[in-house]
Design a protein around this ligand. Sequence first.
Ligand code: T1G
Length: 689
Amino acid sequence: MSNFVSVTRDGGVAVVTIDNPPVNALSFHVREPLMQALVSLRDEPDVSAIVIACAGRTFIAGADITEFGKPVQQPDLRAIIAMLETIAKPTVAAIHGTALGGGLELALGCHFRIADSQATLGLPEVKLGLLPGGGGTVRLPRLVGPLKALSMIVSGTPIGAAEALAAGLIDAVFDGALTGQAVRFASEMAGKGGPFTPVRDRDGRLDKVDLAAFDKAAAELAKKARGLAAPIACAQSVRNAMTLPFEEALVAERELFAKLVAGDQSRAQRHLFFAEREAAKVAGKDIVRRKIARVGVIGAGTMGGGIAMAFANGGFSVTVLEATQEALQRGLAMIDKNYAVSVSRGSLSEDNKRQRLGLFKGSTAYDDLADCDLIVEAVFEEMAVKKEVFGRLDAVAKPGAILATNTSYLDVNEIAASTSRPQDVVGMHFFSPANVMKLLEIVRAEKTAPDVLATIVELARRIAKVPVVVGVCHGFVGNRMLAARGTESEALLLEGATPQQIDRVFTDFGWPMGPFQMGDLAGLDTGWRNRKARGQTAMIADTLCKQGHFGQKTGRGFYLYENGSRTPAPNPEVEALIRDKAAEKGIAPRAIGADEIIERTLYPMINEGAKILEEGIAARASDIDVVWVKGYGFPVGKGGPMFWAGLEGLDKIIGRLDHWHERTGKDFFKPAPLLRQMAETGAWEGVAS
Ligand code: T1G
């Protein structure tokens, strides 16, 4: 046998164990010995049944994603499953941990599937821009029915063992000692005698759903695809299971898979899969992390409350500090209300709500933070206020406590300098709503100790955040590039583009919404306050703010929101305001095309990303991609701004930046040296191989 696949015997039952850490991916060095083992066991007369199990923390978590884009080495997964289905003796998959993708597909090639009660099962290929390419779209509907299969495959969301049992995906659920129970189960099946029908021959559930109902459900799901090909292909392949003979549906699945795996969208999404994990790696695996049990949060407003919830959701005890009892009670009431909404939506049980609320303590006295291992401030975004808070923290926090600031923009070095322990100070830039948004920019200040950084990066994943370590500059990575993306917005309006037109270019690109609709949603007053703090102006936006028009919350901003509606409608007053301001500046409006809008918003954003890399504010281009996809809704099918720059072509980007630099004289368009250097070498690190 091989190091990755072993066979043991338990009576007449053969147990094939796969051991390919860390997630038992179906790499070639697993597939080859696995095929050999199954072929020989199929023909061994004294083997009455076969169990396929995995060592380590999980059943097979899928095909080996690192193999995509390279020549397929036989046997491929489909060949193994096809061979499995020629075995007459009972075959049983023993599932623990996560049976995902090709792992679940292999299990679908067995006659039976049993699972540990804590196991999850799913076909998440759509999240990689793919579809289940090992027969999952054709076999799963045969067990759980077309509609459940459609929902599982298009969403990519795994289900638990109990749900899988109820749906007919698995045959039994056990607690503990799974392999032993699998052997007993297999032996019982063998004792009952065959024939054992492979999943491929079970058509009973396919015709229980009429095609019209299926197409209606698929059409609903297609609305959320937002330009991504994989969700549509997934639905088509499940539909083929209903309308085509098994073999034809399998061939059609393979053709759809081949197209997706070679496409830019899947390359982009596979890039992001690894980029997210790369970003979470901190130099020095052997660094001892500090123990974090109790967390203090200063400020119970929107950000502070959301941050406190993020920690409570991760199981941490949280002390919430506010300046007054009234503010504290308001903040705690908001937290309670947020949990109540989750319960009403069914995403949280009453027990979980009670358990999480039990983790909170409220206080108005800094001394009550003395037992906290980590204290996060989320107070007003002004340096003087931050310094005052950190000065007080320095006096009460216990030695070794980590002091974190949630600032979005400000200089964390300056904040750290207001304490006697700058080595314990770090930035934790959460995104609103902090209990929902995945991105966490971890700001490494000059004096931040390595173990502080390592502790917070690891902690991020415990509170379901995606960490990216960034350096100190105004706006760090995300907001600094957001500013670059928006610098020309006003000019584009004055020269003839409308807010609707610009927003439409963004949504056609794949963003959930454009910059003006986003500004109305976030509140135009936030940007106004930041501009004033930096002595900057924006004619149109400032005028709207001076008139008290902050966007959705006031019913009007760049758009109108009639009767409390959240749906934006064109605002004739804004269009008149733009014309008036343009006339004041002697600008004759002209037609502005989509390409120009992209070149004057997204290209400068990429240029800023290159400068961020040059300055070492981000360690990798892929970190920037993670920031933008997880924090700002950059379309996953384009892999993030730096990956997309590779798809767009650096020469083209540089050429257009040069054009706008010459035409406007704005240095902001001057291509960063790194862009030119990468274009010459052709080795733009933003593009996966
Ligand atoms: N292939 C290669 N490497 C993988 C991998 C995979 N499928 N899954 C994880 N890794 C690596 C990962 O990069 C990291 O590496 C380490 O394992 C730990 O992962 C034909 C086409 C299973 C829920 O999409 O969702 O099957 O950084 O940090 O948080 O139809 O990994 O340590 O060097 O994520 O405990 C379908 C992807 C593939 C599942 C565990 N399967 N994996 O989460 O650990 S396509 C998936 C996950 C397919 C077939 C199709 C998670 C996890 P490193 P981790 P985790």
